[in-house]
Design a protein around this ligand. Sequence first.
Ligand SMILES: Nc1ncnc2c1ncn2[C@@H]1O[C@H](COP(=O)(O)OP(=O)(O)OP(=O)(O)O)[C@@H](O)[C@H]1O
Ligand SMILES: [Mg+2]
Length: 239
Amino acid sequence: MIKIKNLKKSFGNNVVLNGVSFKVEKGEVLALIGFSGCGKSTILKIVAGLIDADEGEIELGAGKLGMSFQYSALFDSMTIADNISFPLYIDKETKDLPDFEIDRIVTEKLSLVGLPGINNWSPSELSGGMKKRISFARAIVNDPEIILYDEPTAGLDPVASTIIEDLITNLQKETNAASILVTHQASTIKRACTRVVMIYGGKVVWEGTPDELFDEKNTNNYSSQFRDGAVDGPMLVQH
Ligand SMILES: Nc1ncnc2c1ncn2[C@@H]1O[C@H](COP(=O)(O)OP(=O)(O)OP(=O)(O)O)[C@@H](O)[C@H]1O
Ligand SMILES: [Mg+2]
């Protein structure tokens, strides 16, 4: 479970989050959407404990947390296997696992993301889409109960996107994790997410299901502007 209450965060004079509240229950994949720069990645980083909020409360159920980053954030000097297994070495429950067991887990996760056999490659040998999938494998390597995905399908071709979307859905069924998924992609919202929260002006401006978001009859000013990609609407687009 993830519970966020009245989260505020500014960078200098730039007020990014101005009282964001929402909840994610176990088994839910919450799509966090909103225009570029509205603070989606900032929310994930605060939930992951990578940066501090200025104000607000975050409650996380017990259990591990995994995060896949917007720009993959792989360690270039390490092999793919070492990148994926990294979270296992910083967790006291798994840090003493024997090498063969770690190899087994890494090999299993590589197959899961459709990239078997590249254990000893370096990140520089991979395409952007392959890096995304490795970042995904690393996020789930320790079977987390809270998973944060920052644009897991951005820049992937449609088939690779579908593979990741279905992985997220299957993982959700298997682990019953509470997840937040940041995306701009309609296919990912429809295929992988159970609920949607839209951020604008530092606040939640709309909340609903993927079906409601894409329903042509939905006339909510915010969600219909996002759905239609309309320049005109309550949300001002910065260029
Ligand atoms: N470490 C930082 N220092 C200063 N400003 C920051 C920092 N991190 C984020 N910001 C600012 O906070 C705002 C929100 O950034 P964030 O990365 O959360 O946006 P986003 O919604 O994830 O956008 P995108 O869809 O483009 O990824 C932006 O104005 C950004 O410039
Ligand atoms: Mg972002």
